[in-house]
Structure formats: structure tokens, C-alpha cells
Design a protein around this ligand. Structure first.
Ligand SMILES: [Zn+2]
Ligand SMILES: [Zn+2]
Length: 351
């Protein structure tokens, strides 16, 4: 059942408040409960009503508090799963989202997940009541009560609200104390393997919480990273500004990688650097792909006289050395330019 179907089942719009949600569910349970409704499809309607309610409740409840932990082998091994598990009344599944940092997704991590799972009471199918084998105390088993209408002398017969008109005594359900719902608090240690992507769903084997067997379906969300981006093709990238002079001089700079800061040597012929095997895992639990660092050389503004003087010195010194070398393009150029210049002067004198 998808979310839209769930809302349709309850006759609601996704914008409905929690109170409206609960009110509609209660009203439908009261209508379709097999205790009360003799229709042959009452049982199946009841099931889909409860399923729809549970689905929406889970979406709205979201997740509980998470806690990051160091690697621990005692954690539940979670396996990603795409197929939906067979519906089983004794086994409950809590769908929730888990946010991982980019580093956790790349390297894997262990988390303790805490949360509450509210589900429809199995004992009373959400009605909050059980039917006793004796007559309703309010209507003495007749299923109807008399009410005095506005003008005293008219007697109105109405369906008994305490028993719903069937004349049988009700008592609050013991299992849910009359609420129709039960809440399980859980705490699970979960191992997230390396290489999980946004939208992956991890199935955590069920465990017992009292009389409820609860499994978790965890939908992974990856937090946006301040430095790294993960391409649609799975390549981890980073764009970083570097000092333009350091880039020209092929100096070492510190680059961030998923494993921490690392030294990298710049090369003035390259703007993009490939760090092999330091990117995002190519597959779940698979080897890591490459990490691409793009550098953006940044040169300072030209209004600092001291810096300008240093640059002039540098230019003068390098021009002298490059111009003196006849094998260098600068040296060849200087010689050709000088030759041309003196020949034009000579031809001007000849005229
Ligand atoms: Zn009654
Ligand atoms: Zn109950």
C-alpha cells in the first residue's frame, strides 16, 4: 500500500491533521469492526483500514534519537532489501529514515537507533474494547435506549452507544488499555555497510520487544557535505581554491579526503587531480572509487604595492634567464623581434 492509497483508504487528504487522522480511523474502525459489521468483507476492510492508518502513522512519527558509535561487531548486520516482506500479523515492521553523513556512507558506521513504534492493537484490532459474554448494562441487552425528546411526551428510541446496538457488554481491551494502539520503544544497534546511497533501504532483522516482533526498514538519506559532492555517476568530487602562486610553483597543499586531510602536490599543468581509491565505494561493501579534486588557482588583487614590487622582481629575473636561452621560445622570440626591429630602422634610413 502506498501513501496515496493509505490516505484514500481513510478518506483523507495528506494535509489532514493528526487529530483528523485519528478521528477518521476511529470512525472507520467503529463502522467496519467485524464485531459490529456483518458484511462479508468487514474483516478485510478492517485490515486495510488498520494498515493504512499504521502506514501514515509511521510516516508521521518519523524516527527517534540516533547516536553515532564506533565500529562494533555486535551490531545487527543489516542487509539492503528492495522487495517488500510478506505481511505477517505477528511481525511488525517500522519504516523510518536514517540520515548518514557522507563520511559514514563512504566508510560504514555503527549507530544505535532509538524510537517508538505505534501499531494497531492486535487483540482488539484497534477498537480498544472486547466483547463480554453478558448483556450490555446500559440497554439491558436490547441494543436500544429511550431518550426523552424536546417535548417530554415523545419517546425516541436510539441505538445504545455503549454496545453499539448489539446489546453485548463491552470492557476496555486489556492489551492496549482501551486505546486501540500499542507503542513499542526500541533501541537497536545497527551496522551500516560502506557504500550506502541516498534512498537505499536497509532491512534490520526483527527482534522481540515484549510480545511484539519488530523489524526495521531503514531508508538512507545522505546529508549534504560542506566539501564533497557525490555525482550522479557515483564519483566523489571536491572543488577547492588554492593560492595561484603556490599552484604555479608546484607546492604542496592540504586537501580534504573522506579519511582526513592529506598532502597533495600541485602541478601548474593540471587543474583536476585524481586520488585513486579514495572516493565513494563503487558498490555496496565494494572497493572505493576515485576521488577527483579540482583546484581553482586564486591570485590576489593587484593593489598591494609590496606584492607588485615582488612580482616585478620575479618577472625581471625570469625574463633575463629565459631571454638569454636561445633554445627557449622567449629567447627565440627576443632574437627575431630584435632582428626585425633593426631591419625596419635600416630600411627607414634608406628611404
Ligand atoms: Zn447497550
Ligand atoms: Zn486492544
Amino acid at each position: 500500500m502506498d501513501t496515496q492509497e493509505a490516505y484514500q483508504e481513510l478518506g483523507l487528504d495528506p494535509s489532514a491533521s493528526d487529530a483528523q487522522l485519528k478521528a477518521n480511523w476511529r470512525r472507520l474502525v467503529a463502522t467496519w469492526h467485524p464485531d459490529r459489521n456483518a458484511a462479508s468483507n468487514a474483516g478485510s476492510r478492517m485490515q486495510s483500514i488498520n494498515k493504512a492508518y499504521q502506514h501514515i502513522r509511521q510516516l508521521r512519527d518519523g524516527g527517534g534519537e540516533d547516536q553515532n558509535e564506533s565500529s562494533d561487531s555486535s551490531a545487527d548486520a543489516a542487509a539492503p532489501e528492495t522487495a517488500e516482506a510478506e505481511p505477517d500479523t505477528s511481525r511488525k515492521t517500522h519504516f523510518r529514515k536514517v540520515r548518514l553523513s557522507m563520511e559514514d556512507a563512504i566508510l560504514g558506521c555503527t549507530r544505535t537507533l532509538r524510537g517508538h513504534f505505534t501499531h494497531v492493537c492486535d487483540a482488539c484490532l484497534g477498537k480498544g474494547q472486547r466483547v463480554l459474554a453478558k448483556a450490555c448494562g446500559t440497554c439491558k441487552g436490547s441494543g436500544a435506549v429511550h431518550k426523552t425528546a424536546l417535548f417530554g411526551w415523545l419517546w425516541n428510541e436510539e441505538s445504545c452507544t455503549d454496545c453499539g446496538g448489539d446489546g453485548r457488554q463491552r470492557a476496555p481491551c486489556d492489551a492496549c488499555e482501551g486505546s486501540g494502539e500499542r507503542t513499542v520503544a526500541y533501541r537497536r544497534r545497527v551496522r551500516f555497510p560502506a557504500g550506502l546511497r541516498e534512498g537505499h533501504v536497509l532491512s534490520v532483522p526483527s527482534s522481540h520487544h515484549g510480545d511484539v516482533e519488530l523489524g526495521l526498514e531503514l531508508q538512507v538519506e545522505i546529508e549534504p557535505h560542506p566539501l564533497f559532492t557525490l555525482d550522479g555517476d557515483g564519483v566523489l568530487r571536491c572543488e577547492m581554491p588554492v593560492n595561484g602562486y603556490a599552484w604555479m610553483a608546484a607546492r604542496w597543499v592540504e586537501v580534504p579526503t573522506p579519511d582526513g586531510l592529506q598532502q597533495m602536490r600541485l602541478n601548474r599543468d593540471a587543474l583536476v587531480y585524481r586520488l585513486n581509491g579514495q572516493g565513494f565505494p563503487t558498490t555496496l561493501r565494494g572497493p572505493r572509487g576515485d576521488y577527483m579534486v579540482r583546484v581553482v588557482p586564486v591570485f590576489p588583487d593587484q593593489d598591494d604595492p609590496a606584492q607588485e614590487a615582488l612580482l616585478d622582481q620575479l618577472i625581471a629575473a625570469t625574463t633575463r634567464t629565459t631571454a638569454a636561452d636561445r633554445n627557449q621560445p622567449m629567447g627565440q622570440w627576443q632574437r627575431r623581434m630584435k632582428r626585425w626591429n633593426s631591419s625596419t630602422k635600416e630600411s627607414a634610413r634608406d628611404d
